[in-house]
Each structure stands twice: as C-alpha cells, then as structure tokens.
Design a protein around this ligand. Structure first.
Ligand SMILES: C[S@@+](CC[C@H](N)C(=O)[O-])C[C@H]1O[C@@H](n2cnc3c(N)ncnc32)[C@H](O)[C@@H]1O
Length: 270
C-alpha cells in the first residue's frame, strides 16, 4: 500500500492545468467547477504517483493517456434517457414532417454515456414508421473516451430511467435486476466516436439532418461557442435542424443559423 502523496491545493500549477483544459477542450473551469476538477485530478495524481506539476509536464509533452484523463476530470457526464421531453415532442411535431424521404442522419454531439443517442433512435423508430431502422442513423460523439466506452455497452441502470413510457421500456432488455440494455435493433442504428467539438477539423463526409447539442455549450466561452455553432452549420444539410438545450447560451453573437424558437435553429433550405 502506498502512502498518499502530499499535493499542493492551490498555486500556479492549478492555473496552468485550467489553461491546458481550456485550450484543449474549450471548457472554462469556473470557480464552481474547479473544485471537482481539483479533486478528480488529485485522485489521478495519487494513482499515477505523480504531482500536478509532473502531470502538467506530461500534458505538455503530448502524453495522450494523461490528456484523456485530465480532460475527463473537467467534464460532467450527467444525462438521462429522453432528457428534456420537449425536445422529443418538437421532433415529432415540427421536425419529422420536414424530413425528405430517404436516409436521415442525426448527430448527438456531446452525447456523454449515450442516452441521448439511443433516445433519438428509439423515438425515431416509434414515430417515423416502417423502414426507420434502416433509414435513420444516429452518431453519438463525446470528448471523453470513458463516456464513449460506456455508451457502446448500451447498459443502463433501471434506477436512472425515471419516466420512460411502457412502449419505450420495450426498447430495453433486462440483463440483471439493476441494469437493462438497449435492444440490438436500436443499437444497430447508433455509432459512437470520440470527438472534441473544439478540434480544428471534424471528420464527417455526410451532412446531418438533425443535430442535438445539448448541455455542453455552457462549458465554453463565447468565442468557442460561436465557433462550434458555425462549424455545425457547415456539417448540416440544407434545412437541417439544430437543437440545443433550451437553457444553453447561444446568442452571444449572430451565427448563420435561423432561430425558430429559443434552443431551436434551422439551416437555410438551400
Ligand atoms: C452534461 S453532458 C450532456 C449530455 C447530453 N448532451 C445531455 O444533454 O444530456 C456534457 C458532455 O459534454 C462533453 N464535452 C465537454 N466538452 C466537450 C468538447 N470540447 N467536445 C466534445 N464533448 C465535450 C462532456 O464530456 C460531457 O459528456
């Protein structure tokens, strides 16, 4: 058993770690978030038998493993199946009727552990009628490799499925008393990849018809938010929809998106 390392609670090294996080992921570590970040990084330091200064040096040398752990420490993964129901109601009432026949590509940007992506797949299958399993594809991406691995398991605690309808529950198969897994038909509609929204290039070759980017923009400063929203416009098909959380800040400076209502945006149809 190792003795715990004594770590500095404050000081320039923490400011430098905050800077690294902001440069790398766009996440601004406000006072409220910096405490949980410090606790998580200290746990990493103990595991790695390294001081924060040594972690910083490894980050500056481009150590990808440490970079992933520190980026994870800065994020919050809270999410839920069918979170913010209004967004799904909006899909059924306003968005689905505008979709052309043919393939539909949806993107759950910052999907966390995948609940949002699977909710999109299940909702589409129930509301878009026959052929949906082949027609609709959902890409879930997140900065955190750990969250993406969890998303790929499609395994969720039953205690965290507060208000699924009986029909929605049928999209899951029980695997234990405490966990259900998304059934294969819906899993096959979804693909998960690690992606930093602040990366200089996104590797997409086909445009999206629906983009969900919820509960992540508030991590970024106004410049990064603007950059992400504009980049999303470039990967959106004509007439595509962008849904942010209704409480996410999006209006710092104008973008090419047309505002339909707060949190709901549309790309020009041509
Ligand atoms: C609070 S969760 C939101 C999950 C889901 N969209 C929802 O609304 O329930 C925020 C997610 O954003 C991810 N995130 C933070 N910064 C990111 C970045 N620069 N690129 C991609 N994902 C990021 C975090 O890893 C975390 O999983």
């Amino acid at each position: 058993m190792y003795e715990a390392l004594a770590l500095p609670e404050t000081g320039a090294v923490w400011e430098q770690l905050h800077d690294w996080v902001e440069r790398h992921s766009g996440i601004v570590l406000t006072a409220a978030r910096s405490e949980s970040f410090r606790i998580r990084v200290e746990a990493i330091c103990q595991n790695e038998r390294a001081t924060p200064q040594q972690m910083l040096q490894r980050l500056e040398r481009g150590d990808a493993r440490v970079a992933m752990m520190v980026a994870d420490a800065a994020t919050t993964n809270y999410t839920q199946l069918f979170r913010e129901r209004e967004a799904f109601q909006l899909l059924a009432e306003q968005i689905y009727p505008t979709l052309d026949p043919g393939p539909v590509r949806m993107w759950s940007a910052a999907t966390s552990t995948g609940e949002e992506a699977y909710s999109l797949a299940i909702h589409a299958a129930y509301n878009l009628g026959p052929g949906t399993f082949a027609r609709v594809k959902v890409l879930g991406t997140d900065l955190s490799a750990r969250h993406i691995e969890a998303a790929e398991t499609a395994l969720y605690e039953t205690g965290r499925m507060p208000d699924l309808t009986p029909a929605e529950r049928l999209a899951f198969e029980p695997v234990s008393e405490s966990h259900w897994r998304v059934r294969p038909a819906y899993r096959d509609m979804c693909t998960f990849r690690r992606l930093n929204l602040l990366a200089p290039h996104w590797p997409f070759t086909q445009a999206f018809h629906v983009i969900f980017c919820r509960n992540v923009l508030y991590y970024f400063d106004a410049t990064s938010r603007h950059r992400v929203l504009e980049a999303m416009y470039d990967v959106a098909a004509p007439g595509a929809w962008l849904i942010t959380s209704f409480t996410d800040p999006t209006t710092d400076s104008p973008t090419r998106w047309s505002t339909v209502q707060p949190g709901v945006f549309r790309r020009r149809p041509t």
